[in-house]
Design a protein around this ligand. Structure first.
Ligand code: FE2
Length: 314
């Protein structure tokens, strides 16, 4: 009898070749690094178990292959469909939590992280404190907001000098500038650097909920799962400072629709913020105070953050 259907230790006959998965794992050569060996062995095991448990057919597997191929074909420097596909399945949020969570013995916590998302762009304009990231035409359409706060070390409470704050959000039509030919290049994006006092401030808009692009594989998955594509209103941040672990995060308008059912599962309680009506400033209708707390590489390592090395922040 062939290995298919062989009995294992006298127990119930195994429906599929019982040694197949291990033989695929064993094919890894001696020069593979320990981490590559660990990750691929686990991936192969889970993939094979998934196929066996669900009795995956060739047609169903091929649908998955086509979904990945289509995501690849759609992706370019302005669209990251592979990442979006991961996002609707909650994978980026989970990996973010695994990578940045501090061990629970910390007295205080640095600002919580949230996914980078597929709309980040490098080289946003460097702006002076107090500048506006909104193009003039866009500014007439939204709720003008003055955002400000202080960035401190989460263990000492001291302000941090030299933090580069990278900020980005959508226009009132729910589109990031690279999705919208009517917006100027780098609209609603900017970088600011803190001085000795660790303070920052700039003008932006109160964001709006928006649907993630659903004309590709991620949209097909959402449709098949009977889910909507909307994200609650949020502003993205990437904070970097010498000696500190970078923070990738988003803050969410507490009163926004979809706070309870974000299509990409990124909302955390500590990242909910309140936009306050603001008077006395001709440039703003709302005020948004928010302080960030960063962890030094040393503290991050002490508290067991995965990958908390100087290199990981490069
Ligand atoms: Fe976003």
């Amino acid at each position: 009898m062939a290995t298919n259907g062989a009995s294992v230790n006298g127990s119930k006959p195994h429906k599929y070749n019982p040694t197949f998965t291990q033989s695929v794992i064993n094919a890894t050569g001696p020069k593979a690094t320990p981490r590559v060996r660990q990750l691929t062995a686990s991936l192969i095991q889970h993939l094979h178990d998934f196929a066996r448990e669900n009795e995956l057919t060739v047609d169903e597997w091929m649908l998955g292959v086509e979904l990945m191929n289509e995501a690849g074909r759609m992706s370019d420097d302005k669209r990251n469909e592979g990442q979006l596909l991961c996002d609707v399945l909650g994978l980026e949020s989970l990996v973010d939590e695994i990578t940045y969570k501090l061990a629970s013995d910390a007295i205080d916590e640095p600002t919580a992280t949230a996914i980078l998302g597929p709309f980040y762009r490098h080289n946003a304009p460097k702006l002076p404190m107090g500048a506006c990231i909104v193009a003039e035409e866009t500014n007439k359409q939204g709720d003008r907001t003055w955002m400000h706060g202080t960035i401190t070390d989460f263990t000492t409470g001291k302000p941090i000098e030299g933090v580069v704050i990278d900020v980005w959000h959508t226009a009132p039509n729910g589109l990031y500038e690279q999705q919208d030919p009517d917006q100027p290049e780098m609209n609603l994006r900017g970088t600011f650097t803190t001085g000795k006092d660790g303070k920052y401030d700039f003008y932006c808009l109160r964001p709006v909920p928006y649907p993630i692009p659903y004309d590709g594989p991620a949209g097909k998955v959402l449709q098949a799962l009977d889910r909507h594509p909307y994200r609650p209103a949020h502003i993205h941040f990437l904070l970097k400072a010498p000696g500190y672990k970078p923070i990738v995060t988003q803050i969410f308008d507490r009163n926004s629709k979809y706070i309870e059912d974000d299509a990409v599962f990124a909302v955390k309680d500590s990242l909910l913020v309140d936009f306050k009506p603001f008077q006395g400033d001709s440039q703003a209708d709302f005020e948004l105070p928010y302080d960030f707390k960063m962890a030094s590489f040393e503290q991050a390592q002490k508290h067991g953050v995965v990958g908390s090395t100087e290199q990981s922040g490069a």
